[in-house]
Design a protein around this ligand. Structure first.
Ligand code: UGA
Length: 470
C-alpha cells in the first residue's frame, strides 16, 4: 500500500523540477526549494521555465498544492522526511565536478535538522561525495544518528524527462543503512509495485503493472559510479559509431547498415548508435570529463575516456570539412542552418554541437540564416543576431537563397520537410545533413546534392558540384 511521504527537493533545474512534480504525481507532498527568488516566483505562477513534455500539465495540476515552491530550506528540512539534493554540479576548470553548491546545501540542512532525515544525492556527483556530505553534516554538529546520506542517481533524458522519471529502466538506490533504504523503497513504491500505472490519467510509458521498474539496492559508492559509468558508456557508444562512420566514409560503406548490423546483436543493442556531429548537452560532456578526472585522481588509467572526448571534438571539425568539400570556399557563402539545440525536442543549447558548428562557420566568414523550433531565444542570448547571423521563423526561410542547407539537430520536424519546396528556396540544392534524417536516394531523385554522416555522398546526375572523374 503506497503512502504519502513528505519530500523536499533542493534545486529546481531540470532534474529537481521534474523530480518534484513527478513525486507529486506519484502521490507524495513535495516542497521544491530554490535560492533564486525569481525562479520560485515564476514556478509559483505556473511558468515551467523549460521546454518539456507533460511538465506544464503536471505543474498546473500540483503547483501550490502538492508541490510548494519556496526559498526556505530550513522550513523544508524541518517538514520533510527525505531531502533530495538536485542542485547544479558544473564542470570546474580542471574538468572535475564543482561540488560547492552541494556542500552549501549540506551545511544549510545541518543547521536545521532536529529529527532523522534521509539526505539523497540526486544530482550527478562523483564517487565519495556521499562521504563528504556526511563529513560536512558532522562538522556542522549534527549527530550521526540524525541522518543518512543516500545516492539515488537520475537517468532521465531531456525532452522525455517526465516519462523517463515515471517509467525508468531501473531505480538505483545506493544506501549503506537499512533505515535509509527503507525510506527510498517507500518513496518509489507507487512505481515498483505497479500501482501508479493502474491509476486513471497516469502518464503513459514503457512500464505497466505487469512490468514495473526494478529497484536496485547498492552501496552508496556503487550508485555514484553507476551514474557516471552509464553516461560515459553511452557517450562511448556514440563516439564509437562516429569513428566507425568515418571509416565508412573512407570506404564508401554505409554506417546506417553497419549500425543496424551491430545493433541486432542483443549484446550490443541498437540504441545510441546514431552517428552525427557529436554528443552535447549538459550531461555527457561534463560527466565524461568528471569521470575521467575521478579516475585520474585515483591513479587509474582510463585514457579510453580521453579518446571518447577527442573523437567527439573531431566530429564537428570533420563536419565543417564536409561543408567545405561541397562548397569549396566558405568566405561569403550563405548558409541555411536547421537546428541549434543540442538534440531534438528541447530548447537546451548547453554544449550544443550545432552552436559550435555555427560559430565555426561564422569564423570562416559565412553568413547564416538559422532556424530552430524552440531554441532560438536561448541561442540569441549567447549569439545575438548580427549582419552575418539571422534567425528565421521556419525551415524554408532558412533555405531561402542559401548556397547550402545544413541539418544540425535531429528535430522530428526536420525529417518531414517538403523537400521540393526546399529545393526551390535554395540557391543551390545542396543539403549537408549532420543527423542523417533523409534517405540519400530520395534526395538525389529530388535533385539534391546530399552529404550525410558515414554514408556515400549522393550527387544528382550532371551536378556541377560533384568532383569530376578526370
Ligand atoms: C543523457 C542520458 O541519456 C540520460 O540517461 C541522463 O540521465 C542524462 O544525460 C543526465 O545525466 O542528466 P540527455 O543529455 O538529455 O540525457 O540527452 P541524450 O538523449 O542522451 O543525448 C545526448 C547527446 O548525444 C545529444 O547531443 C544527442 O544528439 C547525442 N546522441 C545521442 C547521438 O549523437 N547519437 C545517439 O545515438 C544518441
Amino acid at each position: 500500500m503506497s503512502e504519502n511521504i513528505k519530500i523536499a527537493v533542493v534545486g529546481s533545474g531540470y532534474v529537481g523540477l521534474v523530480a518534484a512534480v513527478c513525486f507529486a504525481e506519484m502521490g507524495h507532498d513535495v516542497i521544491c526549494v530554490d535560492n533564486d527568488e525569481r525562479k520560485v516566483a515564476a514556478l509559483q505562477g505556473g511558468d515551467s521555465l523549460i521546454h518539456e513534455d507533460s511538465l506544464p500539465e503536471l505543474l498546473e495540476k500540483y503547483r501550490n498544492t502538492k508541490v510548494r515552491f519556496m526559498t526556505d530550506l530550513a522550513e523544508a528540512t524541518r517538514e520533510c522526511e527525505a531531502i533530495f539534493i538536485a542542485v547544479g554540479t558544473p564542470q570546474s576548470e580542471a574538468g572535475d565536478a564543482d561540488l560547492s553548491y552541494v556542500e552549501a546545501v549540506a551545511c544549510e540542512i545541518a543547521r536545521s535538522i532536529t529529527s532523522y532525515k534521509v539526505i539523497v544525492e540526486k544530482s550527478t556527483v562523483p564517487v565519495y561525495t556521499n562521504e563528504w556530505v556526511t563529513r560536512s553534516m558532522e562538522r556542522n554538529g549534527v549527530a550521526r544518528q540524525l541522518f543518512d546520506v543516500v545516492s539515488n542517481p537520475e537517468f532521465l533524458r531531456e525532452g522525455t524527462a517526465v516519462s523517463d522519471f515515471l517509467h525508468p529502466d531501473r531505480i538505483v538506490v545506493g544506501a549503506d543503512s537499512e533505515r535509509a533504504a527503507a525510506v527510498l523503497r517507500r518513496i518509489y513504491l507507487p512505481l515498483t509495485s505497479g500501482d501508479y500505472y493502474e491509476r486513471s490519467g497516469s502518464i503513459a510509458g514503457s512500464c505497466n503493472v505487469a512490468d514495473p521498474p526494478p529497484l536496485l539496492l547498492t552501496s552508496t559508492k556503487s550508485a555514484e559510479i553507476i551514474k557516471h559509468a552509464s553516461n560515459a558508456f553511452l557517450a562511448l557508444k556514440i563516439s564509437f559509431i562516429n569513428a566507425v562512420s568515418n571509416l565508412c566514409e573512407a570506404t564508401d560503406a554505409n554506417v546506417e547498415q553497419v549500425a543496424r548490423g551491430m545493433g541486432l546483436d542483443s549484446r550490443i543493442g541498437p540504441k545510441f548508435l546514431r552517428p552525427g556531429i557529436g554528443y552535447g548537452g549538459s550531461c555527457f560532456p561534463k560527466d565524461v570529463a568528471a569521470f575521467r578526472s575521478v579516475a585520474e585522481q585515483l591513479g587509474i588509467d582510463f585514457n579510453l575516456l580521453t579518446e571518447v572526448e577527442k573523437i567527439n571534438g573531431q566530429q564537428k571539425k570533420r563536419f565543417l570539412n564536409k561543408v567545405r568539400s561541397a562548397l569549396w570556399t566558405l568566405r561569403g557563402k550563405r548558409i541555411g542552418v536547421l537546428g541549434l539545440a543540442f538534440k531534438g525536442e528541447t530548447d537546451d543549447i548547453r554544449e550544443s554541437p550545432a552552436i559550435d558548428v555555427v560559430e565555426m562557420l561564422l569564423a570562416e566568414g559565412c553568413s547564416i540564416a538559422a532556424y530552430d523550433p524552440a531554441a532560438i531565444a536561448r541561442t540569441q542570448e549567447v549569439l545575438p543576431a548580427a549582419s552575418n547571423l539571422r534567425y528565421v521563423t521556419d525551415a524554408y526561410a532558412a533555405a531561402e537563397d542559401a548556397d547550402a542547407l545544413l541539418i544540425l539537430t535531429d528535430w522530428a520536424e526536420f525529417s518531414n520537410l517538403d523537400i521540393d519546396r526546399l529545393n526551390q528556396a535554395l540557391r543551390y540544392p545542396i543539403v549537408i545533413d549532420g543527423r542523417n534524417l533523409y534517405d540519400p536516394d530520395t534526395m538525389v531523385k529530388h535533385g539534391f546534392t546530399y552529404l550525410s554522416i558515414g554514408r556515400p555522398a549522393a550527387y544528382p546526375v550532371r551536378d556541377l558540384t560533384a568532383p569530376s572523374a578526370s
